[in-house]
Design a binder for this molecule. Structure first.
Ligand SMILES: C[S@@+](CC[C@H](N)C(=O)[O-])C[C@H]1O[C@@H](n2cnc3c(N)ncnc32)[C@H](O)[C@@H]1O
Length: 232
């Protein structure tokens, strides 16, 4: 769904403050690092967004590919991480051209909801081709059908209260209610999957997967799956 890519390429207000944005990317980086099994690992962050803490992820592995479809975001990633020789920025088209069996860990966090089910299947096929036989695919922040926007609001309020930006979160929620995000979310919607449904979708794409005990990031009502090639 290209409209979501355009949204993420715009000056959006998905993060209510600089502190929120910085904490978000620190937590994502921490959670990605927990899945890196060796300092020699090649890691691909699929649709990484601004990836502000990618330097920490790169410190924990040999090479970090940051793949991002939004051209403006990608331009900023290139500028931000130019001095870091472990980080390579790629478009999704370039990811499709990467060598088969060349990646140890692929993380796709908070992306599946913006893709059509067909786009997600196509991405699964690319990811499976890229993984080494021992590689892992971590699919994070998947929305469930039974959990609505109210839980996203609660998760943000809880996160902000614990980190001292509750006031900004409340103001942010008001501007979000009036924003392009709200309009897009109402008009196009977000894709949601039940746990069994996603396990079946991953199995149909050739992955053996299980649900992780906790989600990547701050929202405990969303799901993370850890998968590997079922037929390596
Ligand atoms: C919420 S951000 C997640 C960024 C990062 N992975 C994180 O966890 O913070 C959503 C990302 O999905 C990307 N995106 C949106 N629609 C997409 C689509 N149809 N296909 C691939 N990526 C998409 C956006 O460009 C953006 O980088």
């Amino acid at each position: 769904m290209d409209e979501w890519i355009d949204y993420y390429d715009s000056t959006h207000t998905i993060y209510v403050s600089k502190l929120h944005r910085d904490l978000h990317f620190q937590i994502i980086a921490r959670d990605i690092i927990a899945y890196i099994s060796s300092p020699d690992a090649v890691v691909l962050d699929y649709a990484c967004g601004e990836a502000l803490s990618a330097g920490q992820v790169a410190d924990a592995c040999a090479t970090l590919y940051l793949a991002e479809p939004a051209p403006g975001v990608r331009g900023r990633l290139i500028a931000r991480f130019a001095p870091n020789t472990k980080i390579r920025v790629r478009s999704l088209e370039e990811v499709r051209q990467m060598a088969e069996g060349s990646v140890d860990l692929v993380v796709m966090n908070s992306v599946a909801q913006y893709m059509t089910p067909e786009e997600l299947d196509a991405a699964f096929a690319v990811i499976r081709r890229l993984l080494k036989p021992s590689g892992r695919f971590v699919l994070g922040d998947v929305l469930r059908p039974e959990v609505g926007m109210g839980r996203d609001v609660l998760a943000l309020l809880d996160f902000s209260a614990r980190h001292g930006f509750l006031r900004d979160a409340l103001l942010g929620l008001i501007s979000t209610a009036l924003s392009d995000y709200r309009q897009l979310r109402t008009r196009i919607g977000l894709e949601r999957y039940g746990e069994e449904e996603m396990l079946k979708k991953l199995a149909a794409a050739g992955f053996k997967a299980s649900r992780a005990p906790r989600n990547i990031g701050h929202n405990p009502w969303r799901m993370t799956f850890v998968a590997h090639d079922a037929y390596p």
